[in-house]
Design a protein around this ligand. Sequence first.
Ligand code: OGA
Ligand code: NI
Length: 333
Amino acid sequence: MMVLTKPAIEHFPIVKNSCKATSFFNDVPVIDLSKPDSRNLIVKACEEFGFFKVINHDVPMEFISKLESEAIKFFSSPLSEKLKAGPADPFGYANKQVGQNGDIGWVEYILLSTNSEFSYHKFASISGVNPETIRSAVNDYVSAVKKMSCEILEMLAEGLKIHPKNVFSKLLMDEKSDSVFRLNQYPPCPEIEEFSGKNMIGFGEHTDPQIISVLRSNNTSGLQILLKNDHWISVPPDPTSFFINVGDSLQVMTNGRFKSLKHRVLTNSVKSRLSMIYFGGPPLTEKIAPLPSLMEGKDSLYKEFTWCEYKKSAYKTRLADNRLIHFEKIAAS
Ligand code: OGA
Ligand code: NI
């Protein structure tokens, strides 16, 4: 029997519900991808929330279901088997530990690189799990979601009147694009009773560092976003749609016109939540800087840095830290 240094349940972060935090956010901007005039709505959603939901996309449901069933197969394996796919250093399986700097949450996950050479060898000796089937399910899903992400980024560029329209999407299309993919599973947490007024933190508050994140979850709620009025609000789940959020890099490229969105996940006491997230990032050597056409005569709010430098700095931080602060220019007095 393997001995695990698992944090005791009383060490997990919880939040007390205020009535605000438990209400559902019914005004999530909805973008219909089949309508070309959605481009202006995307810009508006990115400015107002840094968040929106996408419907009428062309990601085949078949790819989503296939990956979901592979994920369920993997996560329902015994812990001792799943641990063979760990640690997440950064890629692989991890349980309760989020990142390398002491954050914990009621979650287990697999983090994968989306580049074609990425090897699934960590999954090779897990009984009942075929690494080749996982690889092909992830590849089909990621290719379709990446294509949709690029369409969204091109509509965004058109909405912002930037030429050429592939300024953002080309970074995801680049064969060296440093994009990652994550499968998160939040087991139900029965220790926290449904009406106790408390919720366990599944994934602590944070912003995503890349350009754009694309999330799909099963029908279990848990995702919350922080509105500009500083209230946390729950996002109703929708397994047939995607939720998009602005990442730190897009905030910088728009010189702060779009803000990366703070979000977190609270666990459910009865149902497990399964989410799959594609994080579209630039190549490591790419300079992340405001696009000249968005500067409107203003100075950049940020020091110059490459995605590699940003990532290195981000790896040293805790989940909730403001990672961009180290790259902000101090306003001249
Ligand atoms: C993330 C994240 C939300 C979820 O992995 O960065 O925000 O629902 N996940 O798992
Ligand atoms: Ni996130």
